[in-house]
Design a protein around this ligand. Sequence first.
Ligand code: GLN
Length: 280
Amino acid sequence: MVIRAALDEAARCLKEKGNSTPRLDAAVLLCHVLGKDRGYLITHDQERLAPAAETKYREIVAKRAEGMPAAYLTGEKEFMSLSFAVNEHVLIPRSDTETLVEAILEENELGTPRIADLCCGSGCIGVSLAYYIPGALVTMVDVSEDAVEVAQQNAVRHGVGARCRFVCADLLCEQVAGEFDIVVSNPPYIETAEIAALERDVAEYEPRLALDGGADGLVFYRRLAQLAPAMLRPGGLLALEVGHKQAGAVMELLAADFHDRETVCDLAGIRRVVMGRKNG
Ligand code: GLN
């Protein structure tokens, strides 16, 4: 079978199963199997696939058709123009979260900050900050040992391993205590009862631990609002990603200990980030 026919067959199969981006997914998966980029598929559309490649392609297309996210099948996801390793132990980096990273990068006078990324998952936030802020020292924390391993791998992949530190813990613990300039987090924030109603690809495949924000979705924000003041220097920045409709509640949670509180919208115009500076 030639490349063009393989793509057509895969796209048809994905579409039948309700996939909303069948051609894109068909192409992304074939690039992965062949180790080539999208341009190659276009310029070599009459090239014959080796039998082993064809079999492998059919297998992963079938898994995608069942709902397994493409990023778990390829083991990669692009975030902040960097390619991150992902597996089923970490949330797949979202473009929404780029709003959070960009908001921090836009802060003036970053210098060489000491940064804590709490609930780091794949490390997409902490590693991007280390990559784009030369000299930043980043501590990444996650309760999942498997996630910490992925974050570590991503730091090495992007050449910032020497400036990153990894701690397996549930938010703050003695190993993380200290005077940070920036505390950042994209914690789990989906209301427990809402998880089942998420898209199947998310609800069935992404780690529940990375999604579940408790009954009202705000459990981690309450804990962070309490813990972060002890971690930050006076004037230090707390920057949090929040879910749809959570910005107001989180702004209020930060009212007691933070000033210059503001929200930043994502590309869809949703208030996606809440930031503030520690009083004192
Ligand atoms: N910080 C990681 C991300 O933004 C993981 C977030 C999480 O597990 N809730 O993708």
